[in-house]
Design a protein around this ligand. Structure first.
Ligand code: NAP
Ligand code: MG
Length: 501
């Protein structure tokens, strides 16, 4: 039996009756069939969201009432943590460790944070008065209407929560399309929404191909806002599709982030941070620090530490809590990595470790889906240092001065994440201030909280998710001007048209 679509509060098959399989990348086993939404199913979901917005109770409830429902979703997610973690890890190939400590609690905390926003953020702001003509201004923050969210495969559960929770917290309704490789956990999220008494049509989830169901969510006239996370290439397409009806668009796209190790860093910490910054989830993280820029004063010693420690990362069955790295999301993603490794060698980059598929995996695992941590000494102009690989490949690049490090860091079409390692806080802050990127971690990496903004400079995206910045991306701004004059003397500007009206 296939998993169904969640539309208008009902679990339904795709209209054409089609399904598609999803696999566990670690073994290549099929784990479920899912309803394959076509354009007509996406349209049904958009219509359900439209009705729920135009005629339903959700946008008319108080922020406090919505917040109670979102908090309930967070509670239900936490209560089902073990079950959802297992689904998330098995379907996408991430480790159980990541699912239990990052994905599922991260998803719950998005709902909890945006519940607080719904309850505690004012919808009406007093903007004061004008002396002449005498007037008072207020600004109202209002939901857009129907918000679609298109999700990538690398963090399926968290990414779905980043699109769904702020949208509905602000009084919008939502249609979510997960990535085809990893659609199962978004359906679990929909079940929590249903159990939390969120009215039918406020949340809809359609599983199916980006090229049909996804395109419909980006272009349909009844969609008011599109939020997309994924590749820069598809992001460009989303912008084009949305332009037909000038939709509000937010995009979280690719990256090639720089992790800068200054010569006054704690090298032990920095080595661990650089490895974590690149190899966490096999580098399938948009803000991975895939370019380590290293001061030449410490370069040889530091690169030696990286190579030695990269060999200690435990690769194996992702469902085992002792495993650091499981498979990539699919054998096709491994093909992409292999293509880039070959390209790096052809470009003259020096391979320091990794660089070919593993031959000693435990029985039962699909060797075509795994790839070991790979480190290249590279030049920043090489394709492997400029293009997003989305796999476990790190480029190490030396620099001679802070200015050179900053220049190299900014020599990229992207600007999503980045790191600076130094024991001197002022030094690190000076470098961070010059980096053209949406997030910089000092002496840390990958840390994200729902309370602070996340998003990209340059071709890494448009707009912000999370924090009050992210919440306000789901609320449009209405200025209401009220003339407070008591007679015509306060309306002299009418004379611009005619003295006699
Ligand atoms: P992707 O191919 O861009 O797909 C992302 C989503 O868009 C999927 O749901 C996909 O559906 C859908 N899609 C594909 N073509 C579409 C179209 N023409 N119209 C509408 N939707 C379409 O990216 P991915 O392979 O899933 O994820 C990897 C990429 O995402 C990387 O480049 C990474 O950097 C980026 N990423 C960025 C962030 C961030 O926050 N900035 C976070 C995570 C990932 P199907 O699955 O059905 O193809
Ligand atoms: Mg899968």
């Amino acid at each position: 039996m296939a998993e169904k679509l969640f539309i208008g509060g009902e679990w339904v098959d795709a209209q054409a009756g089609e399904t598609f399989p999803t696999y566990a990348p670690s073994t290549g086993e099929k784990i479920a069939d899912l309803a394959k939404a076509g354009r007509e199913d996406a349209q049904r979901a958009i219509q359900a969201a439209r009705d729920a917005f135009d005629n339903g109770p959700w946008p008319r409830m108080s922020g406090k009432e919505r917040a109670e429902r979102l908090r309930k979703v967070a509670e239900l997610i936490n209560a089902k943590s073990a079950e959802i973690s297992e689904i998330e890890a098995r379907d996408g190939g991430g480790t159980m460790k990541k699912a239990m400590f990052a994905d599922v609690p991260g998803g719950a905390s998005s709902f909890a944070f945006f519940a607080d926003c719904a309850e505690n953020t004012a919808d009406v702001e007093d903007r004061g008065t004008n002396p002449f003509p005498a007037a008072e201004s207020i600004v109202r923050r209002e939901p857009y209407g129907v918000c679609s969210g298109i999700i990538p495969w690398n963090f399926p559960f968290i990414m779905a929560s980043w699109k769904m929770a702020p949208a509905i917290a602000a009084g919008n309704t939502s249609v979510i399309k997960p990535a085809s490789f990893t659609s199962l956990s978004a359906l679990e999220m929909a079940k929590c929404v249903q159990e939390a008494d969120i009215p039918p049509g406020v949340v809809n989830v359609v599983t199916g191909p980006g090229g049909s169901a996804g395109e419909e969510l980006a272009q349909h006239p009844s969609v008011d806002k599109v939020a997309f996370t994924g590749s820069t290439e598809v992001g460009r397409r989303i912008m084009q599709l949305a332009s037909g009806t000038v939709k509000k668009v937010t995009l979280e796209l690719g990256g090639k982030s720089a992790n800068i190790v200054l010569d006054d860093a704690d090298l032990d910490l920095a080595a661990a941070g650089v490895l974590f910054g690149t190899f966490f989830h096999n580098g399938q993280v948009c803000e991975s620090g895939t370019r380590a820029l290293i001061s030449r004063n410490i370069y040889d010693e530091f690169v030696g530490m990286l190579v030695e420690r990269a060999g200690k990362i435990v690769i194996g069955d992702n469902m085992d809590m002792a495993t650091d790295l499981g498979p990539l999301v699919s054998p096709s993603q491994v093909d992409t990595v292999e293509r880039y490794v070959k390209l790096g060698l052809d470009e003259g980059a020096k391979l320091l470790c990794g660089g070919s598929k593993l031959t000693d995996l435990p029985a039962g695992l699909d060797a075509n889906a795994f790839y070991p941590p790979t480190i290249f000494e590279a030049d920043n102009s090489m394709k492997i240092a400029q293009e997003e690989i989305f796999g476990p490949v790190l480029c190490v690049i030396p620099f001679d001065s802070d200015d050179e490090a900053i220049k190299l860091a900014n020599d990229s079409i992207y600007g999503l994440g980045g790191g600076v390692w130094s024991k001197d806080a002022d030094h690190a802050q000076r470098v961070a201030a010059e980096m053209q990127t949406g997030t910089v971690w000092i002496n840390d990496y990958h840390m994200i909280t729902p309370a602070q903004p996340f998003g990209g400079y340059k071709q890494s995206g448009v707009g912000r998710e999370l924090g009050d910045y992210g919440y306000n991306e789901y609320r449009q701004v209405k200025h209401v001007w009220r003339n407070t004059a008591t007679d015509r003397s306060g309306y002299m500007h009418f004379a611009a048209l005619s003295g006699n009206i």
